[in-house]
Design a protein around this ligand. Structure first.
Ligand code: 5AD
Length: 370
């Protein structure tokens, strides 16, 4: 396809699979720029000029599953395991609320034991009580990213949050290619992830009223552009309210070192293209500029914003625990101090012509319009 047809594809209302694969595969700088401009325009038209902060609190790196790509998988015995106390979680959440972050995200390794489930419920109740009693915006959005659970647990957490209007859950399905998914999750093992079950969980979350976010890893060796196109089709089928996705990066503590990693520059552009095409196809949803983008380029997150992302997740985990939460190698921001990071990031966001949505929870417009 030549330059003319790129312009034509970008003008289309609905993209075919062939168009999607074509756009994902763009590498020439002037072509990529056209894709970027189209996605950026669509983003600001549909979502406005604001970029929303989600303060990320990495609650615990204890994990009961063994996803092969992940640095905190169960069988990596090289990590020191931690779980924040309720007080530490509360403090981070209050920092977010008091500093105008419209929302927080509680993320942890996957655990299903009743003690953990009720610990999270306690934290949610307490966050709700405190934000209300201190008259802080009780519209503080809360995203949970705590893996596969039963529907009853999702229901319990929704209830405990006291705020179903601003409740979200993030669970990436990682890859819609069944074979690749099974390979990544060691599917022959007893306690391994099943794609079907992850999709069932996303369905339950919808039924419990959560705004549902999902996503994939991009550029996994062996993954094809057609696979990424199928991933986008699955986003559509699931009617996702938000998407968080980033490049696949190698992890020393993982079990996939022999697989290697896609070359940085190529991986970066592919990830940007994936964000842009997801924006063009999905319209008015939230799309996160993943921290992993920053590993590939010092301006990774800002560039992701210029390609259609409208959410960033500054890390609010107490600094002494950060080293324990390295899902992939060279994770940036291990020393980003919450006191200054949000403001420094604001300057960089403003330099791209955008503004931070201070004190706004930034619900998915797709969800609000339902
Ligand atoms: N590279 C990139 N992303 C990773 N994640 C886990 N390990 C890696 C890795 N090695 C992502 C997964 C998971 C999210 C919490 O982190 O997509 O859903």
């Amino acid at each position: 396809l030549n330059g003319n047809s790129l312009d034509e594809v970008l003008k289309k209302e609905a993209l075919s699979d062939e168009d999607i694969v074509f756009l994902l595969g763009l590498t020439e700088p002037e072509d990529c720029k056209k894709l970027q401009e189209a996605a950026y325009k669509k983003t600001t038209e549909l979502m406005g000029n604001k970029v929303y902060y989600r303060g990320l609190i990495e609650v615990s790196n204890v994990c009961t599953v063994d996803c092969r790509y992940c640095g905190i998988r169960k069988d990596n015995h090289g990590v020191h395991r931690y779980t924040l106390s309720k007080e530490e979680i509360l403090e981070a959440a209050m920092f977010a609320a008091e500093n105008g972050y419209g929302s927080i995200c509680l993320q942890a390794g996957e655990r299903n034991d009743p003690k953990f489930v009720s610990f999270i419920s306690d934290c949610l109740r307490e966050i709700h009580r405190k934000t209300v009693s201190e008259s802080l915006p009780n519209s503080l959005g809360i995203t949970l990213s705590l893996g596969d659970q039963t529907k009853e647990v999702y229901e319990e957490w929704a209830e405990a949050s006291g705020n179903r209007q601003n409740l979200r859950y993030l669970a990436r399905f990682e890859s819609s290619n069944q074979e690749l998914f099974d390979f990544l999750h060691n599917v022959l093992h007893k306690k391994s992830k099943q794609l079907e079950h992850r999709l069932q969980c996303l369905q339950w979350l919808k039924e419990c009223g959560y705004q549902v976010g999902t996503g994939v890893m991009i550029g996994i060796p062996g993954q094809k552009l057609e696979d990424l196109c199928s991933d986008i089709r699955l986003y559509q089928k699931l009617e996702a309210d938000m998407i968080g996705m980033g490049p696949y990066l190698m992890s020393e503590g993982g079990d996939l070192k022999s697989l290697g990693q896609t070359e940085n520059k190529k991986l970066f552009q592919l990830s940007l293209n994936m964000i842009a095409v997801t924006r063009l196809v999905m319209g008015n949803i939230n799309i996160a500029a993943a921290t992993a983008m920053q590993v590939l380029d010092p301006q990774g997150r800002e560039t992701a914003i210029s390609y259609g992302a409208n959410v960033v997740m500054p890390n609010l985990t107490p600094l002494q625990y950060r080293e324990g939460y390295q899902l992939y190698d060279k994770k940036p921001g291990l020393k980003d101090d919450p006191e200054t990071f949000g403001l420094k990031l604001e300057e960089r966001i403003q330099s791209k012509g955008r503004e931070v949505g201070w004190n706004l929870s930034g619900s998915s417009r797709k969800w609000l319009n339902r």
